[in-house]
Design a protein around this ligand. Structure first.
Ligand code: UN1
Length: 512
């Protein structure tokens, strides 16, 4: 039995929490609005959080602006040292924070811990990065000239995050942004405000211990109006947003209209190609975890299986058998595989998608449905289901954030790749094959059009070391590993003349 109240106490959560924080200081809002956080696990109210007003938001931005003037002068490795200590605090709080993620969001306890592990990993990555913010040097075409580039901090980074990874996505952005010399303003999902409050308490300790001024790590609890303020605010040069394509289009348009930068990580419609040369037992694990893990609420969740006709029936049979063994229930109980959806609105959209799929001709080989009674009183538990479909059904082209898996049959690999690419989204993709030619074709320029393409691994569960994000309606942004840090900095090209003449580039003569 998990002692939630002890965990809330450890993480500094009150019954009503203040609306915003600029680091160590917490403040109550100038209005009366409140968000109650209910757990989808048992429907119980966990605690409440006040909602910030536009005026509160403005104060936060002003504090952040001041903090940036200081933070950008701190040497990057010193900023990295703060992030190292943040990683240490996260290690100490992994169990408590992971449990709260599981309880407030509904993902399995293992996945809650896994999410905090991603935070720890990105901190380690960012610490190393703090000594590796490398720019290139170039050879000038002019004598006694030197050319190089520098990466400078950009200013305030606005972070809008989603409910499904309520803490990890913030850390991917913030750990990099901080070592790059930026300050951050975080607007978490209104569906998971308490995990955000907990994160801010954890970083608060580190900021205090290091005498970091107010305004380097800011949290603002609010609804979409706060997101809109951030998107339109010229004081925020970069807005990093994770969520639906609809939200991303609004943020991208608003930020673009003021020629700001946005980093968008939006919906996926991820497929695994199961080839005739696939290891079917291994493929089952990848497919089932990808489709039902996090109750199908990852942007990397497996939504479609594109299966070769020669193994289609055999694989379908294995899938149906595996689905029959899934235990659905309280995600804090480690025996269960599938927890609840985030709320009853998500349940309604799951049911709506099933109805639409049936109306278009989908054939359900594992039926869905909402579970009730017993452990399921929150009304958020649904049955993972499987339907045989055509790729061009409208509903199949759409990302439903729920455990609905679509099966599509193919004959030739070219056709399978075209089906895999034949959706508006482009986040994650995979092929299961032991055939080298197939694998390489899938990874080639004629292959997957996604930001992530895997061989003999499912579509979800990417490591933080790679750049994370995707193409088309996924928004084009890249977060976490590789050189994703460059999005958080401004590039400056410097040319220095150490000769005693002033030659012009391109050989231009200008004498007088
Ligand atoms: C998301 O769903 O927004 O690759 C992020 C994965 C996780 C991150 C998912 N590491 O599934």
């Amino acid at each position: 039995e998990t002692n939630i109240s002890a965990i809330l106490k450890q993480l500094g959560i009150e019954s009503i929490n203040p609306a915003y924080s600029t680091g160590q200081n917490w403040a109550s809002p100038s209005n009366e609005k409140i968000i109650d956080s209910h757990s989808p696990v048992d429907g119980k109210k966990i605690a409440s959080v006040q909602v910030a007003s536009a005026k509160d938001y403005d104060q936060v931005v002003e504090t952040a602006q001041k903090a940036f003037l200081h933070w950008r002068t701190v040497p990057a490795p010193k900023r990295g040292e703060m992030v190292r200590q943040f990683g240490e605090e996260l290690r100490k709080n992994k169990e408590a924070l992971g449990t709260l993620v599981s309880y407030e969001m509904g993902k399995s306890l293992q996945e809650g811990f896994g999410e905090v592990q991603e935070m720890i990993d990105i901190c380690d990555f960012a610490v190393g990065l703090s000594r590796q913010l490398y720019g290139l040097t170039m050879h000038s075409e002019r004598p006694s000239h030197r050319m190089y580039e520098q990466w400078h901090p950009i200013g305030i980074v606005g972070i809008i995050s989603a409910f499904n990874f309520p803490v990890a996505v913030w850390s991917w952005n913030t750990a990099l942004a901080w070592v790059c010399g930026n300050v951050c303003i975080w607007k978490p999902s209104e569906k998971t405000p308490l995990t955000a409050v907990a994160c801010q308490h954890i970083i608060s300790k580190v900021l205090t211990a290091n005498d970091v001024p107010e305004g380097v790590s800011n949290l603002v609890i609010g609804d979409r109006t706060i997101g809109e303020l951030m998107s339109n605010d010229t004081r925020i040069p970069l807005v990093s947003a994770t969520g639906s394509t609809r939200m991303g289009k609004a943020v991208g348009a608003a930020v673009g209209a003021r020629l700001g930068k946005s980093l968008l990580e939006l919906g996926g419609n991820n497929a695994i190609i199961i080839s005739s040369a696939a290891d079917l037992d291994m493929s089952i694990i990848g497919a089932v975890f990808g489709a039902v893990g996090t109750a199908g609420q990852r942007c990397t969740s497996t939504r479609r299986l594109i299966i070769h006709e020669s193994v289609y029936e055999a694989f379908k049979e294995k899938l149906v058998k595996a689905y029959g063994q899934l235990r659905i229930g309280n995600p804090l109980d480690q025996h269960n595989h599938v927890g609840p959806l985030i709320d009853t609105d998500a349940v309604a959209s799951y049911l709506d998608s099933i109805a639409k799929c049936k109306a278009e001709g989908g054939n359900f080989v594992v039926e869905g449905g909402v579970l009730s009674g017993g452990d399921y009183t929150s009304g958020c538990y649904v049955k993972p289901c499987i339907a045989e479909v055509k790729n061009d059904y409208q509903i199949v082209q759409h990302e439903t954030f729920a455990p609905i898996l679509y099966l599509i049959k193919y004959k030739e690999l070219d056709e399978a790749i075209a089906l895999q690419n034949g959706v508006p989204q482009g986040l994650s993709s995979a092929i299961m094959t032991l055939n080298l030619r197939e694998a390489e074709q899938f990874l080639s320029a004629q292959g997957s059009d996604c930001g992530i393409a895997n061989v003999n691994i499912g579509t979800s569960g990417a490591e933080i070391g790679g750049a994370f994000g995707g193409e088309k309606e996924t928004g084009g942004g890249r977060e976490s590993g590789s050189d994703a840090w460059k999005a958080y900095m401004r590039r400056q090209t410097n040319t220095i003349n150490y000769s005693n003449t002033l030659p012009l580039a391109q050989g231009i003569k200008f004498d007088f």
